[in-house]
Design a protein around this ligand. Structure first.
Ligand code: DX5
Ligand code: ZN
Length: 221
């Protein structure tokens, strides 16, 4: 399996000093910036949009920005995020009327495309679109809030999706989002994940590097 990706979710960062928080977490060894976009419609919370993504780029952030859209509908906002400097854009199939079209829209703007599965979303939704994807993001909590507990059934689902990805023969990242901590990341990696979103586990800790190093060490076993 390719090297693991640690993607801190800035949902748990201090928004009053976001640029500094992102600089610090990248300096502490993070690979991607996970950027949670919530619209108070698809999910019961409201966060940040393309202007904040653009502001991070202008601030000098060069790391990949992993945009997780929890908005409905998705198509109108995709070009805005691409122009704002998003690297990867992922969306929930329930939030798009035409999933394949939304994937193509993301790719046509030069970004990598991901599909996000909620805890109760069946994996079959991947069957006729997997070959178009760069990333599958499995939610291990219900979307909307940081700091929730990891849902254990995600481990079985990860194994199923890992098999599908391996059978496809394509280089598709399998990312997990929600309740990921240094003390459960080994199990999550063993079930097939190779990219890990962590919000509260990193940003609520006094030493970002210590948590990221512990996560990487536990993935490596
Ligand atoms: C939840 C978000 C997650 C969240 C993860 O809707 O998509 O990215 O910030 O936070 P933790 O790691 O605290 O569960
Ligand atoms: Zn997320």
């Amino acid at each position: 399996m390719s090297n693991c990706i640690i993607a801190p979710s800035i949902l748990s960062a201090n928004f009053a000093k976001l640029g500094e928080e992102v600089d610090n977490v990248i300096a502490a060894g993070a690979d991607w910036v996970h950027f949670d976009v919530m619209d108070n419609h698809y999910v019961p919370n409201l966060t940040i949009g393309p202007m904040v993504c653009e502001a991070l780029r202008k601030h000098g952030v060069t790391a990949p920005i992993d945009v997780h859209l929890m908005v409905e509908p998705v198509d109108r906002i995709i070009p805005d995020f691409a122009k704002a400097g998003a690297s990867i854009i992922s969306f929930h199939p329930e939030a798009s009327r035409h999933v394949h079209r939304s994937v193509q829209l993301i790719k046509s703007h030069g970004c990598k495309a991901g599909l996000v599965l909620n805890p109760a979303t069946p994996v079959d939704v991947l069957d006729w679109v997997l070959d178009e994807l760069d990333l599958v993001l499995l939610m291990s909590v219900n979307p909307g809030f940081g700091g929730q507990a990891f849902i254990p059934s995600t481990l079985d689902k990860l194994r199923v999706v890992r098999q599908k990805i391996d059978a496809s023969g394509r280089d598709i990242r399998l990312e997990v989002d929600g309740g990921v901590k240094a003390d459960n990341i080994a199990q999550i990696a063993a079930a097939g994940a190779d990219a890990f979103v962590a919000g509260s586990a990193i940003f609520n800790a006094p030493d970002y590097r210590a948590v990221i190093d512990a996560m990487r060490a536990n993935v490596a076993g």
